[in-house]
Design a protein around this ligand. Structure first.
Ligand code: FES
Length: 571
Protein backbone atom coordinates (compact mmCIF):
# COMPACT_ATOMS: atom_id res chain seq x y z
CA UNK A 1 0.00 0.00 0.00
CA UNK A 2 1.23 3.50 -0.83
CA UNK A 3 2.67 5.38 2.11
CA UNK A 4 0.55 8.45 2.99
CA UNK A 5 2.18 11.72 2.01
CA UNK A 6 3.30 13.99 4.83
CA UNK A 7 1.35 16.89 3.27
CA UNK A 8 -1.87 14.99 4.01
CA UNK A 9 -1.28 15.77 7.70
CA UNK A 10 -2.00 19.40 6.72
CA UNK A 11 -4.37 19.22 3.77
CA UNK A 12 -6.25 15.95 4.35
CA UNK A 13 -9.47 15.53 6.38
CA UNK A 14 -12.42 17.70 7.36
CA UNK A 15 -11.34 19.17 10.68
CA UNK A 16 -10.73 22.78 11.66
CA UNK A 17 -7.00 22.64 11.07
CA UNK A 18 -7.34 21.17 7.57
CA UNK A 19 -9.88 23.92 6.82
CA UNK A 20 -7.33 26.53 7.87
CA UNK A 21 -4.46 25.00 5.88
CA UNK A 22 -6.52 24.69 2.69
CA UNK A 23 -8.56 27.85 2.95
CA UNK A 24 -5.60 30.22 3.19
CA UNK A 25 -3.82 28.43 0.32
CA UNK A 26 -6.97 28.84 -1.78
CA UNK A 27 -6.58 32.62 -1.70
CA UNK A 28 -4.09 32.10 -4.54
CA UNK A 29 -6.82 30.49 -6.61
CA UNK A 30 -5.86 26.84 -6.24
CA UNK A 31 -8.82 24.56 -7.08
CA UNK A 32 -10.01 21.83 -4.72
CA UNK A 33 -8.23 19.00 -6.53
CA UNK A 34 -4.82 20.50 -5.67
CA UNK A 35 -5.54 19.16 -2.16
CA UNK A 36 -6.57 15.65 -3.19
CA UNK A 37 -3.48 13.91 -1.85
CA UNK A 38 -1.12 14.75 -4.71
CA UNK A 39 2.58 15.34 -3.89
CA UNK A 40 3.27 18.87 -2.73
CA UNK A 41 6.63 19.96 -4.10
CA UNK A 42 8.51 22.81 -2.50
CA UNK A 43 10.69 24.91 -4.76
CA UNK A 44 13.34 26.38 -2.52
CA UNK A 45 14.29 29.58 -4.31
CA UNK A 46 17.36 31.69 -3.63
CA UNK A 47 16.38 34.41 -6.14
CA UNK A 48 17.44 37.86 -4.97
CA UNK A 49 18.42 41.14 -6.59
CA UNK A 50 21.35 41.17 -4.18
CA UNK A 51 22.54 37.77 -5.42
CA UNK A 52 22.92 38.68 -9.09
CA UNK A 53 24.02 35.13 -9.92
CA UNK A 54 20.57 33.88 -8.86
CA UNK A 55 18.39 36.80 -10.01
CA UNK A 56 17.12 34.92 -13.08
CA UNK A 57 15.56 32.23 -10.89
CA UNK A 58 12.26 34.14 -10.97
CA UNK A 59 11.97 33.03 -14.60
CA UNK A 60 13.61 29.62 -14.17
CA UNK A 61 11.04 28.61 -11.61
CA UNK A 62 8.26 28.63 -14.23
CA UNK A 63 9.40 25.56 -16.23
CA UNK A 64 9.97 23.72 -12.93
CA UNK A 65 6.35 24.39 -12.00
CA UNK A 66 5.15 23.24 -15.42
CA UNK A 67 6.97 19.96 -14.98
CA UNK A 68 5.54 19.47 -11.49
CA UNK A 69 1.95 20.12 -12.62
CA UNK A 70 2.40 17.88 -15.64
CA UNK A 71 3.54 14.96 -13.42
CA UNK A 72 0.58 15.40 -11.08
CA UNK A 73 2.21 17.42 -8.31
CA UNK A 74 1.37 20.71 -6.61
CA UNK A 75 4.28 23.22 -6.77
CA UNK A 76 4.78 25.65 -3.91
CA UNK A 77 7.65 28.11 -4.24
CA UNK A 78 9.25 29.55 -1.13
CA UNK A 79 12.13 32.00 -0.63
CA UNK A 80 15.12 31.32 1.59
CA UNK A 81 18.11 33.35 2.68
CA UNK A 82 20.23 33.96 -0.39
CA UNK A 83 23.98 34.03 0.30
CA UNK A 84 25.32 36.13 -2.56
CA UNK A 85 29.07 36.01 -2.87
CA UNK A 86 29.68 39.36 -4.51
CA UNK A 87 27.94 41.66 -2.00
CA UNK A 88 27.64 40.10 1.46
CA UNK A 89 29.93 41.30 4.24
CA UNK A 90 31.97 40.15 6.07
CA UNK A 91 31.74 37.11 3.78
CA UNK A 92 28.90 35.00 2.37
CA UNK A 93 30.40 31.99 4.12
CA UNK A 94 29.39 33.40 7.50
CA UNK A 95 25.77 33.02 6.39
CA UNK A 96 25.95 29.55 4.82
CA UNK A 97 24.99 27.86 8.08
CA UNK A 98 22.27 30.44 8.79
CA UNK A 99 20.78 29.83 5.33
CA UNK A 100 20.93 26.09 5.89
CA UNK A 101 18.87 26.52 9.05
CA UNK A 102 16.31 28.57 7.10
CA UNK A 103 16.13 25.83 4.46
CA UNK A 104 15.88 22.99 6.97
CA UNK A 105 13.14 24.59 9.04
CA UNK A 106 11.22 25.87 6.00
CA UNK A 107 11.05 22.37 4.56
CA UNK A 108 10.26 20.59 7.82
CA UNK A 109 7.71 23.10 9.07
CA UNK A 110 5.64 23.18 5.88
CA UNK A 111 3.34 20.76 4.02
CA UNK A 112 6.03 19.58 1.63
CA UNK A 113 6.61 16.05 0.29
CA UNK A 114 9.61 16.69 -1.91
CA UNK A 115 11.77 19.64 -2.79
CA UNK A 116 13.57 21.22 -5.72
CA UNK A 117 16.66 23.10 -4.55
CA UNK A 118 17.25 26.01 -6.90
CA UNK A 119 20.76 27.32 -6.35
CA UNK A 120 23.59 28.98 -8.23
CA UNK A 121 25.96 31.28 -6.37
CA UNK A 122 28.78 29.67 -4.35
CA UNK A 123 27.16 29.33 -0.93
CA UNK A 124 23.56 28.92 -2.07
CA UNK A 125 24.25 25.38 -3.28
CA UNK A 126 25.81 23.98 -0.10
CA UNK A 127 23.40 25.84 2.19
CA UNK A 128 20.41 24.31 0.39
CA UNK A 129 21.85 20.79 0.29
CA UNK A 130 22.92 20.96 3.95
CA UNK A 131 19.49 22.09 5.08
CA UNK A 132 17.65 19.53 2.94
CA UNK A 133 20.00 16.76 4.11
CA UNK A 134 19.03 17.39 7.71
CA UNK A 135 15.36 16.76 6.79
CA UNK A 136 15.88 13.93 4.30
CA UNK A 137 12.87 14.18 2.02
CA UNK A 138 13.13 13.38 -1.71
CA UNK A 139 15.18 16.30 -3.03
CA UNK A 140 16.70 17.30 -6.34
CA UNK A 141 19.04 20.17 -7.21
CA UNK A 142 18.66 22.44 -10.21
CA UNK A 143 21.61 24.77 -10.69
CA UNK A 144 21.02 28.14 -12.33
CA UNK A 145 23.81 27.78 -14.89
CA UNK A 146 26.84 29.91 -15.59
CA UNK A 147 27.02 33.24 -17.41
CA UNK A 148 28.12 33.30 -21.04
CA UNK A 149 31.87 33.62 -21.55
CA UNK A 150 33.32 37.05 -20.90
CA UNK A 151 35.05 38.68 -23.87
CA UNK A 152 37.30 41.74 -23.67
CA UNK A 153 39.41 43.11 -26.52
CA UNK A 154 39.17 39.87 -28.47
CA UNK A 155 40.09 37.61 -25.54
CA UNK A 156 38.05 35.44 -23.21
CA UNK A 157 37.95 36.77 -19.68
CA UNK A 158 36.65 34.76 -16.75
CA UNK A 159 34.74 35.77 -13.61
CA UNK A 160 37.06 36.35 -10.70
CA UNK A 161 40.12 34.84 -12.34
CA UNK A 162 40.63 37.85 -14.58
CA UNK A 163 39.76 40.25 -11.77
CA UNK A 164 42.80 38.95 -9.87
CA UNK A 165 44.90 38.92 -13.03
CA UNK A 166 43.90 42.39 -14.24
CA UNK A 167 44.24 43.97 -10.80
CA UNK A 168 47.80 42.64 -10.53
CA UNK A 169 48.50 43.93 -14.05
CA UNK A 170 47.34 47.41 -13.01
CA UNK A 171 49.55 47.35 -9.93
CA UNK A 172 52.47 46.11 -12.00
CA UNK A 173 51.85 48.89 -14.55
CA UNK A 174 51.10 46.45 -17.40
CA UNK A 175 47.63 47.95 -18.12
CA UNK A 176 45.98 51.31 -17.37
CA UNK A 177 43.22 51.92 -14.82
CA UNK A 178 40.83 52.83 -17.69
CA UNK A 179 41.43 49.46 -19.32
CA UNK A 180 40.88 47.72 -15.98
CA UNK A 181 37.50 49.42 -15.44
CA UNK A 182 36.41 48.84 -19.04
CA UNK A 183 36.57 45.09 -18.45
CA UNK A 184 33.69 45.18 -15.92
CA UNK A 185 30.71 44.90 -18.26
CA UNK A 186 32.59 42.61 -20.63
CA UNK A 187 33.08 40.10 -17.85
CA UNK A 188 29.49 39.79 -16.61
CA UNK A 189 27.37 39.93 -19.77
CA UNK A 190 24.39 37.63 -19.13
CA UNK A 191 22.37 36.13 -16.28
CA UNK A 192 24.07 33.28 -14.45
CA UNK A 193 26.84 32.55 -12.02
CA UNK A 194 30.62 32.84 -12.41
CA UNK A 195 31.64 31.07 -15.62
CA UNK A 196 35.10 30.02 -14.53
CA UNK A 197 35.49 26.72 -12.68
CA UNK A 198 35.12 28.74 -9.50
CA UNK A 199 33.15 27.66 -6.49
CA UNK A 200 29.71 28.06 -8.09
CA UNK A 201 30.58 25.89 -11.11
CA UNK A 202 32.44 23.50 -8.84
CA UNK A 203 29.44 23.09 -6.54
CA UNK A 204 27.13 22.61 -9.54
CA UNK A 205 29.58 19.92 -10.70
CA UNK A 206 29.67 18.43 -7.21
CA UNK A 207 25.89 18.05 -7.02
CA UNK A 208 25.92 16.37 -10.42
CA UNK A 209 28.78 14.06 -9.37
CA UNK A 210 26.99 13.26 -6.10
CA UNK A 211 23.94 12.24 -8.14
CA UNK A 212 21.76 15.04 -6.75
CA UNK A 213 20.81 16.55 -10.12
CA UNK A 214 19.78 15.28 -13.52
CA UNK A 215 22.74 14.55 -15.82
CA UNK A 216 24.09 17.64 -17.59
CA UNK A 217 23.01 20.05 -14.87
CA UNK A 218 26.39 21.63 -14.15
CA UNK A 219 27.42 22.99 -17.52
CA UNK A 220 24.35 24.24 -19.43
CA UNK A 221 24.64 28.06 -19.62
CA UNK A 222 22.02 30.00 -17.68
CA UNK A 223 20.55 31.52 -20.85
CA UNK A 224 20.54 28.38 -23.02
CA UNK A 225 17.03 27.06 -23.68
CA UNK A 226 18.27 23.68 -22.52
CA UNK A 227 18.52 25.08 -18.98
CA UNK A 228 14.76 25.74 -18.99
CA UNK A 229 14.20 22.29 -20.50
CA UNK A 230 16.23 20.74 -17.68
CA UNK A 231 14.15 22.75 -15.20
CA UNK A 232 10.99 21.28 -16.74
CA UNK A 233 12.39 17.74 -16.51
CA UNK A 234 13.55 18.37 -12.94
CA UNK A 235 9.99 19.34 -12.01
CA UNK A 236 8.63 16.16 -13.54
CA UNK A 237 11.25 13.99 -11.89
CA UNK A 238 10.79 15.25 -8.32
CA UNK A 239 7.16 14.14 -8.39
CA UNK A 240 8.27 10.65 -9.42
CA UNK A 241 10.90 10.69 -6.68
CA UNK A 242 8.21 11.36 -4.08
CA UNK A 243 6.16 8.49 -5.47
CA UNK A 244 9.25 6.26 -5.26
CA UNK A 245 10.21 7.61 -1.79
CA UNK A 246 13.70 8.25 -3.17
CA UNK A 247 15.14 10.25 -0.28
CA UNK A 248 18.33 12.27 -0.18
CA UNK A 249 20.03 9.77 2.13
CA UNK A 250 19.70 7.06 -0.55
CA UNK A 251 21.75 9.24 -2.92
CA UNK A 252 24.26 10.78 -0.50
CA UNK A 253 26.22 7.62 0.25
CA UNK A 254 29.94 7.22 0.78
CA UNK A 255 30.26 6.11 -2.86
CA UNK A 256 28.71 9.40 -3.94
CA UNK A 257 31.24 11.41 -1.91
CA UNK A 258 34.13 9.38 -3.31
CA UNK A 259 32.90 10.13 -6.83
CA UNK A 260 32.58 13.84 -6.05
CA UNK A 261 36.17 14.04 -4.76
CA UNK A 262 37.43 12.39 -7.94
CA UNK A 263 35.39 14.66 -10.18
CA UNK A 264 36.71 17.65 -8.25
CA UNK A 265 40.24 16.57 -9.12
CA UNK A 266 39.33 16.10 -12.77
CA UNK A 267 37.69 19.52 -13.09
CA UNK A 268 40.41 21.34 -11.11
CA UNK A 269 37.61 22.34 -8.74
CA UNK A 270 37.50 24.90 -5.97
CA UNK A 271 39.08 24.34 -2.57
CA UNK A 272 35.78 25.56 -1.12
CA UNK A 273 34.22 22.25 -2.14
CA UNK A 274 36.36 20.58 0.53
CA UNK A 275 34.64 22.49 3.31
CA UNK A 276 31.16 22.22 1.81
CA UNK A 277 31.22 18.49 1.14
CA UNK A 278 32.53 17.80 4.65
CA UNK A 279 29.64 19.86 6.02
CA UNK A 280 27.08 18.03 3.85
CA UNK A 281 28.48 14.64 4.92
CA UNK A 282 28.18 15.77 8.54
CA UNK A 283 24.45 16.39 8.00
CA UNK A 284 23.73 12.97 6.50
CA UNK A 285 26.07 11.14 8.88
CA UNK A 286 28.24 9.61 6.14
CA UNK A 287 31.77 8.76 7.19
CA UNK A 288 33.85 11.14 5.11
CA UNK A 289 36.95 13.01 6.29
CA UNK A 290 39.45 15.60 5.15
CA UNK A 291 41.96 12.84 4.47
CA UNK A 292 39.50 11.22 2.04
CA UNK A 293 40.03 14.25 -0.18
CA UNK A 294 43.68 13.38 -0.54
CA UNK A 295 43.18 9.60 -0.59
CA UNK A 296 40.59 9.56 -3.38
CA UNK A 297 41.82 12.58 -5.33
CA UNK A 298 45.55 11.82 -5.27
CA UNK A 299 45.78 9.95 -8.58
CA UNK A 300 43.14 11.87 -10.47
CA UNK A 301 44.43 13.98 -13.37
CA UNK A 302 42.89 17.39 -14.06
CA UNK A 303 41.31 17.03 -17.49
CA UNK A 304 39.08 20.10 -17.66
CA UNK A 305 41.08 22.90 -19.25
CA UNK A 306 39.11 25.63 -17.51
CA UNK A 307 40.06 28.81 -15.68
CA UNK A 308 41.49 29.28 -13.11
CA UNK A 309 43.64 26.19 -13.74
CA UNK A 310 43.39 26.33 -17.55
CA UNK A 311 42.19 28.62 -20.33
CA UNK A 312 38.54 27.92 -21.22
CA UNK A 313 35.20 28.71 -19.59
CA UNK A 314 31.99 26.90 -18.60
CA UNK A 315 30.30 27.64 -21.92
CA UNK A 316 33.12 25.74 -23.65
CA UNK A 317 32.81 22.96 -21.09
CA UNK A 318 29.14 22.58 -22.02
CA UNK A 319 29.96 22.37 -25.73
CA UNK A 320 32.66 19.80 -24.88
CA UNK A 321 30.17 17.45 -23.21
CA UNK A 322 30.11 18.68 -19.60
CA UNK A 323 30.27 16.53 -16.50
CA UNK A 324 28.87 13.30 -18.08
CA UNK A 325 31.66 13.34 -20.69
CA UNK A 326 34.30 14.16 -18.10
CA UNK A 327 33.04 11.38 -15.79
CA UNK A 328 33.08 8.99 -18.71
CA UNK A 329 36.78 9.80 -19.19
CA UNK A 330 37.59 8.90 -15.56
CA UNK A 331 35.00 6.13 -15.28
CA UNK A 332 37.60 3.50 -14.34
CA UNK A 333 38.16 5.41 -11.09
CA UNK A 334 34.49 5.95 -10.22
CA UNK A 335 31.97 4.03 -8.11
CA UNK A 336 29.64 3.40 -11.04
CA UNK A 337 27.04 1.66 -8.88
CA UNK A 338 26.15 4.88 -7.02
CA UNK A 339 22.46 5.74 -7.36
CA UNK A 340 21.39 9.15 -8.70
CA UNK A 341 18.15 11.15 -8.57
CA UNK A 342 16.92 9.91 -11.93
CA UNK A 343 16.76 6.40 -10.47
CA UNK A 344 19.70 5.25 -12.55
CA UNK A 345 23.28 4.64 -11.53
CA UNK A 346 26.23 6.86 -12.34
CA UNK A 347 27.40 4.13 -14.71
CA UNK A 348 24.08 4.21 -16.61
CA UNK A 349 24.10 8.00 -16.84
CA UNK A 350 27.59 8.39 -18.27
CA UNK A 351 27.85 5.23 -20.39
CA UNK A 352 27.32 6.96 -23.73
CA UNK A 353 28.66 10.40 -22.92
CA UNK A 354 31.24 11.68 -25.41
CA UNK A 355 33.86 14.40 -25.38
CA UNK A 356 33.37 16.76 -28.34
CA UNK A 357 36.21 19.22 -27.69
CA UNK A 358 39.35 17.38 -26.59
CA UNK A 359 41.22 20.58 -25.78
CA UNK A 360 38.54 21.49 -23.23
CA UNK A 361 38.18 18.00 -21.71
CA UNK A 362 41.61 16.54 -22.24
CA UNK A 363 42.35 12.85 -22.90
CA UNK A 364 43.73 10.87 -19.93
CA UNK A 365 47.20 10.79 -21.47
CA UNK A 366 47.32 14.58 -21.99
CA UNK A 367 46.06 15.99 -18.69
CA UNK A 368 46.35 19.60 -17.66
CA UNK A 369 47.88 18.41 -14.37
CA UNK A 370 48.85 14.79 -13.77
CA UNK A 371 47.83 14.73 -10.08
CA UNK A 372 45.06 17.28 -9.80
CA UNK A 373 43.31 16.16 -6.63
CA UNK A 374 43.33 18.28 -3.51
CA UNK A 375 46.48 17.98 -1.40
CA UNK A 376 45.96 17.69 2.36
CA UNK A 377 49.01 18.86 4.32
CA UNK A 378 49.82 18.18 7.95
CA UNK A 379 52.63 19.07 10.32
CA UNK A 380 53.29 21.12 13.42
CA UNK A 381 51.87 24.18 11.65
CA UNK A 382 48.59 22.42 10.75
CA UNK A 383 48.00 19.51 13.14
CA UNK A 384 44.41 19.06 11.88
CA UNK A 385 45.25 19.65 8.26
CA UNK A 386 45.46 22.29 5.54
CA UNK A 387 44.57 22.24 1.86
CA UNK A 388 46.39 23.12 -1.37
CA UNK A 389 45.09 22.93 -4.93
CA UNK A 390 47.95 21.73 -7.14
CA UNK A 391 46.27 22.56 -10.44
CA UNK A 392 46.24 26.26 -9.50
CA UNK A 393 49.78 26.31 -8.07
CA UNK A 394 53.23 26.89 -9.54
CA UNK A 395 54.98 23.49 -9.80
CA UNK A 396 58.38 24.95 -8.79
CA UNK A 397 56.93 26.19 -5.48
CA UNK A 398 55.40 22.89 -4.38
CA UNK A 399 58.65 22.04 -2.57
CA UNK A 400 59.78 25.22 -0.84
CA UNK A 401 61.47 26.44 2.32
CA UNK A 402 61.54 30.10 3.22
CA UNK A 403 61.30 32.72 5.98
CA UNK A 404 57.86 33.84 7.13
CA UNK A 405 56.49 37.33 6.63
CA UNK A 406 53.61 37.40 9.10
CA UNK A 407 50.41 39.41 8.83
CA UNK A 408 48.46 39.22 12.05
CA UNK A 409 45.13 39.87 10.34
CA UNK A 410 43.79 41.23 7.10
CA UNK A 411 44.06 44.87 8.27
CA UNK A 412 47.72 44.33 9.12
CA UNK A 413 48.22 42.91 5.62
CA UNK A 414 46.50 45.90 4.00
CA UNK A 415 48.56 48.36 6.03
CA UNK A 416 51.95 46.84 5.33
CA UNK A 417 51.80 45.17 1.92
CA UNK A 418 52.53 48.38 -0.01
CA UNK A 419 55.38 49.41 2.33
CA UNK A 420 58.53 49.56 0.18
CA UNK A 421 60.56 48.62 3.27
CA UNK A 422 58.63 45.41 3.92
CA UNK A 423 61.37 42.77 4.30
CA UNK A 424 60.07 40.36 1.68
CA UNK A 425 61.59 38.55 -1.28
CA UNK A 426 60.25 35.99 -3.77
CA UNK A 427 61.59 33.27 -1.44
CA UNK A 428 59.59 34.50 1.56
CA UNK A 429 56.45 32.71 2.69
CA UNK A 430 53.52 35.04 3.34
CA UNK A 431 51.56 34.03 6.45
CA UNK A 432 48.11 35.48 7.16
CA UNK A 433 46.20 34.56 10.31
CA UNK A 434 43.02 35.34 12.25
CA UNK A 435 41.01 34.90 9.04
CA UNK A 436 39.55 31.47 9.89
CA UNK A 437 35.96 30.52 10.79
CA UNK A 438 36.00 32.17 14.24
CA UNK A 439 38.69 34.73 13.51
CA UNK A 440 37.34 36.75 10.59
CA UNK A 441 34.52 35.64 11.29
CA UNK A 442 33.41 33.36 8.45
CA UNK A 443 36.73 32.28 7.00
CA UNK A 444 36.93 34.88 4.27
CA UNK A 445 38.34 34.36 0.77
CA UNK A 446 41.51 36.30 1.43
CA UNK A 447 44.03 33.45 1.42
CA UNK A 448 45.29 34.32 -2.07
CA UNK A 449 46.53 37.67 -0.75
CA UNK A 450 48.02 39.82 -3.49
CA UNK A 451 51.79 40.01 -3.78
CA UNK A 452 53.65 43.23 -2.90
CA UNK A 453 53.89 45.67 -5.82
CA UNK A 454 57.68 45.80 -5.58
CA UNK A 455 57.87 42.07 -6.34
CA UNK A 456 55.17 42.27 -9.05
CA UNK A 457 57.26 44.96 -10.75
CA UNK A 458 60.19 42.54 -10.72
CA UNK A 459 58.01 40.02 -12.57
CA UNK A 460 57.21 37.76 -9.59
CA UNK A 461 53.73 36.32 -10.13
CA UNK A 462 53.45 33.64 -7.42
CA UNK A 463 54.73 33.01 -3.91
CA UNK A 464 53.89 30.49 -1.20
CA UNK A 465 51.10 31.86 0.95
CA UNK A 466 49.71 30.18 4.08
CA UNK A 467 46.58 31.10 6.03
CA UNK A 468 43.56 29.88 7.94
CA UNK A 469 41.38 31.64 5.35
CA UNK A 470 39.74 30.30 2.20
CA UNK A 471 40.40 31.34 -1.39
CA UNK A 472 37.91 32.16 -4.11
CA UNK A 473 37.42 29.19 -6.41
CA UNK A 474 38.27 31.53 -9.27
CA UNK A 475 41.71 32.33 -7.81
CA UNK A 476 45.07 30.68 -8.30
CA UNK A 477 48.53 30.50 -6.78
CA UNK A 478 50.62 28.33 -4.47
CA UNK A 479 48.27 28.95 -1.61
CA UNK A 480 47.95 26.81 1.51
CA UNK A 481 44.47 27.29 2.93
CA UNK A 482 42.13 26.21 5.74
CA UNK A 483 44.95 25.69 8.26
CA UNK A 484 43.35 23.93 11.24
CA UNK A 485 43.09 24.68 14.04
CA UNK A 486 42.89 28.34 13.07
CA UNK A 487 44.91 31.02 14.86
CA UNK A 488 41.87 32.48 16.66
CA UNK A 489 41.20 29.05 18.18
CA UNK A 490 44.80 28.82 19.43
CA UNK A 491 46.24 26.88 16.49
CA UNK A 492 50.03 26.99 15.90
CA UNK A 493 49.54 29.55 13.13
CA UNK A 494 49.09 32.05 15.99
CA UNK A 495 52.66 31.35 17.15
CA UNK A 496 54.57 32.04 13.92
CA UNK A 497 56.95 35.02 14.07
CA UNK A 498 58.59 37.08 11.38
CA UNK A 499 61.59 35.26 9.95
CA UNK A 500 60.66 31.77 11.21
CA UNK A 501 61.54 29.18 8.59
CA UNK A 502 58.68 27.15 7.12
CA UNK A 503 58.79 24.13 4.81
CA UNK A 504 56.04 23.27 2.34
CA UNK A 505 56.49 19.83 0.81
CA UNK A 506 53.63 18.63 -1.33
CA UNK A 507 55.39 15.33 -2.10
CA UNK A 508 55.61 14.61 1.66
CA UNK A 509 52.25 16.28 2.40
CA UNK A 510 54.10 18.36 4.98
CA UNK A 511 53.78 21.83 6.46
CA UNK A 512 56.48 22.41 9.07
CA UNK A 513 57.38 25.38 11.23
CA UNK A 514 61.05 25.10 12.11
CA UNK A 515 60.76 26.28 15.69
CA UNK A 516 61.47 23.88 18.55
CA UNK A 517 58.73 22.72 20.88
CA UNK A 518 60.10 24.54 23.95
CA UNK A 519 60.03 27.89 22.13
CA UNK A 520 56.54 27.18 20.81
CA UNK A 521 55.39 26.39 24.38
CA UNK A 522 56.83 29.71 25.55
CA UNK A 523 55.01 31.60 22.78
CA UNK A 524 51.82 29.68 23.51
CA UNK A 525 51.90 30.77 27.16
CA UNK A 526 52.00 34.41 26.00
CA UNK A 527 49.21 34.06 23.44
CA UNK A 528 45.90 35.86 24.01
CA UNK A 529 42.80 34.91 22.02
CA UNK A 530 41.96 37.90 19.76
CA UNK A 531 38.26 37.28 19.48
CA UNK A 532 35.46 38.42 21.79
CA UNK A 533 33.37 35.24 21.82
CA UNK A 534 30.67 36.98 23.84
CA UNK A 535 29.77 39.29 20.96
CA UNK A 536 25.97 39.55 20.62
CA UNK A 537 23.75 38.68 17.68
CA UNK A 538 24.43 36.23 14.89
CA UNK A 539 28.17 37.01 14.76
CA UNK A 540 28.49 35.93 18.39
CA UNK A 541 26.46 32.78 17.81
CA UNK A 542 28.59 32.04 14.77
CA UNK A 543 31.88 32.47 16.60
CA UNK A 544 30.78 30.37 19.55
CA UNK A 545 29.43 27.45 17.55
CA UNK A 546 31.31 27.24 14.26
CA UNK A 547 33.56 24.21 13.99
CA UNK A 548 36.94 24.15 12.30
CA UNK A 549 37.58 23.87 8.57
CA UNK A 550 38.73 20.25 8.73
CA UNK A 551 35.18 19.16 9.62
CA UNK A 552 33.32 21.57 7.32
CA UNK A 553 32.88 24.73 9.43
CA UNK A 554 29.29 23.81 10.25
CA UNK A 555 27.69 24.72 13.57
CA UNK A 556 28.24 22.08 16.24
CA UNK A 557 24.49 21.99 16.97
CA UNK A 558 23.51 21.41 13.34
CA UNK A 559 25.37 18.14 12.78
CA UNK A 560 23.22 15.22 11.73
CA UNK A 561 19.82 14.55 10.21
CA UNK A 562 16.79 15.49 12.29
CA UNK A 563 14.20 14.02 9.93
CA UNK A 564 10.91 15.46 8.72
CA UNK A 565 8.60 14.76 11.63
CA UNK A 566 6.86 17.62 13.45
CA UNK A 567 4.36 16.09 15.89
CA UNK A 568 2.75 19.36 17.00
CA UNK A 569 -0.15 21.03 15.13
CA UNK A 570 0.06 24.79 14.71
CA UNK A 571 -3.37 25.81 15.98
FE1 FES B 1 27.95 34.33 -7.47
FE2 FES B 1 30.52 33.93 -8.39
S1 FES B 1 29.69 35.62 -7.31
S2 FES B 1 28.78 32.68 -8.54
Amino acid sequence: MKKPLRSEAWFGGTGKDAFIHRSWMKNSGHPEDMFDGRPVIGICNTASDLTPCNAHFRQLVEPIKRGIYEAGGFPVEFPVFSCGESNLRPTAMMFRNLASMDVEESIRGNPIDGVVLLAGCDKTTPSLVMGAASVDLPSIVLSGGAMLSGWFKGKKIGSGTDVWRLSEDVRAGVISMDEFLAAEESMSRSPGHCMTMGTASTMASMVEALGLSLPGNAAIPAVDARRARLAHLTGRRIVEMVNEDLKLSKILTRAAFENAVKVNGAIGGSTNAVVHLLAIAGRVGVEFSLDDWDRFGRDIPTLANLMPSGEHLMEDFFYAGGIPALMNRISAALRLEALTVNGKTVGDNIANAEVYLPDVIRPLDQPLVAHGGMVVLRGNLAPDGAVLKPSAATPALLEHRGPAVVFNDIEDYKHRIADPNLPITAQSIMVLRNCGPKGYPGMAEVGNMGLPAKLLEQGVRDMVRISDARMSGTAYGTVVLHVAPEAAAGGPLALVREGDEITLSVSRRELTLHVDEAELARRRAEWQPPVALQESGYRGLYRRHVMQADTGADFDFLLGCRGSEVPEESH
